[in-house]
Design a protein. Structure first.
Length: 198
């Protein structure tokens, strides 16, 4: 697939079929992720591939986290919300949890480690699209909860950056829309003698 075509056509696919995804396709996504740029060659990513009943622990933790914000989790309405939270990981046959594990090298700037793993996730999404898969990068407050670190055996300085839900699309193709780069770009080809560029 042409890289520019892939970038333009890739979409977040929030609804996928329950059909299993070939392991080889997931491995290609993971391989693509590891080729993301990263300063000092720290390779600060970690992946957890969840499928089948391996998705159940994530569901339990999502429900536990949701429960913390409830005054009375025993009400019928809240019980239904907890059930929905526990079932979230079953919206796709495969979920890849992606974490950043920053290097202890004193030269490393933490935000650059996050940037590297974000680039790795984009590589995964493009690799999924190139193989005819649908994928979506989900995140939100529960991803950064201490219980999530505990679930995945992460250190205090590590963070879950999100969950890549993967499957075969069960959605019609959608057209994307972006603001033109021309509205977000400043071209600088001379020195104005000041201390600001605008």
């Amino acid at each position: 697939m042409d890289i520019f075509k892939g970038i333009h056509e890739r979409r977040s696919i929030g609804k996928v079929k329950s059909d299993p995804v070939e392991k080889e396709k997931i491995e290609k996504m993971l391989e693509a992720a590891t080729w993301a740029p990263n300063h000092h060659h720290t390779e600060p990513w970690k992946f957890f591939v969840l499928s089948g009943e391996g998705r159940r622990p994530l569901g339990r933790v999502l429900a536990e986290i949701a429960k913390e914000s409830m005054d009375d989790p025993t009400t019928t309405e809240n019980q239904e919300k907890l059930k929905k939270a526990a079932e979230k990981p079953f919206r796709a046959p495969v979920i890849i949890t992606v974490a950043v594990t920053p290097s202890d090298n004193p030269k490393v700037i933490p935000i650059e480690e996050v940037a590297a793993v974000s680039a790795a996730i984009q590589n995964m999404l493009l690799a999924a699209h190139a193989q005819g898969l649908g994928a979506i990068w989900r995140s939100g407050k529960p991803a950064y909860h201490p219980k999530m670190k505990e679930l995945f055996g992460l250190r205090e300085q590590d963070e879950v950056l999100g969950f890549v839900y993967v499957g075969y699309s069960d959605m019609p193709e959608r057209q994307g829309k972006r603001t033109s780069f021309t509205e977000k770009t400043t071209w600088v080809d001379s020195d104005n003698g000041g201390n600001s560029i605008s």
